[in-house]
Design a protein around this ligand. Structure first.
Ligand SMILES: [Zn+2]
Length: 327
């Protein structure tokens, strides 16, 4: 049984591990309306009134369609500098919110081939760069994938999202400044230290190849949380050379398949944390990574009231279970 606080090496956040607590099993509730192909808004995109951005490989034979989100979290318009209202600073929410819609209604990312995941990675990078080039005021661009209702996907049909924001999200800001501070204090890259230690221990590693490794972090906030890192730490995902895509796809797909097998196909969130768009040397010590967060947890009052997460699964045990899942 594990009972301890662990402090995140990068962000300084605390996580309480209490593995003796009752575990919340995933409850995959079947909702016919939600999953039905007949009522799916992504089956006939033209009819649904969505606005296309581009198609891959082309409009007639597309496997991935990039669309503007009909219900964007950030609005279109001209960027304006932050304003004040009373004692508050206000920043208008202007940016891009696109969807990457995958062709097949029933195939989740874990059902894709390595080649199809390579295409997904390339399209992520391409659209990221396009948005970065078009929006000088975008301070952060997040790519994420909500799979299933429990993970917040309002549409069942598999799709990823990209969103640019005029503010630097606090989580990212904390990690970036944390990694910079670590370098100032220790003259070492915090991710090199972290990865070296994880590689030497091996206890939390799920799968790896020459260039990438997937593991359950020592300070996991969530049960079965998985992170994928490049072994040679780099700040910017979108600058990943194309000849790294195969190996990234291999590790990502293996991790997704193991999560599906070991945890009974849970809903999950996947997100890519990369350095902010602004070119500054303080980002040089950050390392882009992919986080996969299976939905096995219900957040309660303690977490909400303290900002300290309670993780009911020991990351060593989580990694062992995922590592041993045959895919
Ligand atoms: Zn569909």
């Amino acid at each position: 049984m594990l009972n301890e606080f662990r402090r995140n090496l990068v962000s300084g956040e605390w996580v309480l591990f209490a593995t003796g607590r009752a575990k919340h099993p995933p409850s995959p509730e079947e909702d016919r309306q939600y999953t039905a192909k007949e009522t799916c808004p992504f089956e006939d995109l033209k009819k649904s009134g969505n606005t296309p951005v581009w198609f891959y490989p082309d409009e007639n034979n597309w496997r991935i369609a990039v669309y503007e989100n009909k219900f964007p979290a950030v609005g279109q318009g001209m960027h304006v500098d932050s304003q004040t209202q009373g004692p508050f600073e206000i920043q208008e929410s202007v940016g891009t919110h696109n969807l990457f819609i995958y062709k097949d209604h029933e195939r989740r990312l874990s059902d894709f081939s390595v080649d199809e995941i390579v295409e997904v990675i390339r399209i992520y990078k391409r659209r990221y760069k396009e948005i970065q080039d078009a929006e000088s005021m975008a301070r952060y661009i997040l790519i994420f994938h909500n799979s299933g209702k429990e993970a917040g996907a309002s549409v069942y049909h598999p799709h990823s999202q990209i969103i640019s924001t005029p503010i630097l999200p606090p989580d990212v800001a904390k990690s970036v400044s944390g990694s910079y501070r670590f370098f100032e204090e220790h003259k070492k890259n915090v991710y090199d230290v972290l990865l070296k230690w994880e590689m030497e221990s091996g206890d939390r590693i799920i799968c790896q190849n020459d260039k990438f490794v997937a593991f359950c972090p020592f300070v996991s906030k969530y049960p079965y949380e998985v992170r994928i890192f490049m072994k040679n730490a780099q700040p910017h995902f979108e600058q990943l050379p194309d000849d790294f895509d195969d190996e990234l796809a291999e590790v990502l797909l293996t991790a997704l398949k193991k999560i599906k097998k070991a945890l009974n196909d849970p809903d999950f969130n996947m997100l890519i944390h990369t350095a902010p768009t602004e070119p500054t040397h303080t980002h040089d010590y950050y390392c882009w990574h992919i986080e996969i967060l299976p939905k096995t947890k219900i957040t309660g009052g303690f977490e909400l009231g303290t900002g300290v997460d309670i993780n009911v699964v020991d990351p060593d045990e989580a990694a062992e279970k995922l590592r041993n899942a045959e895919v």
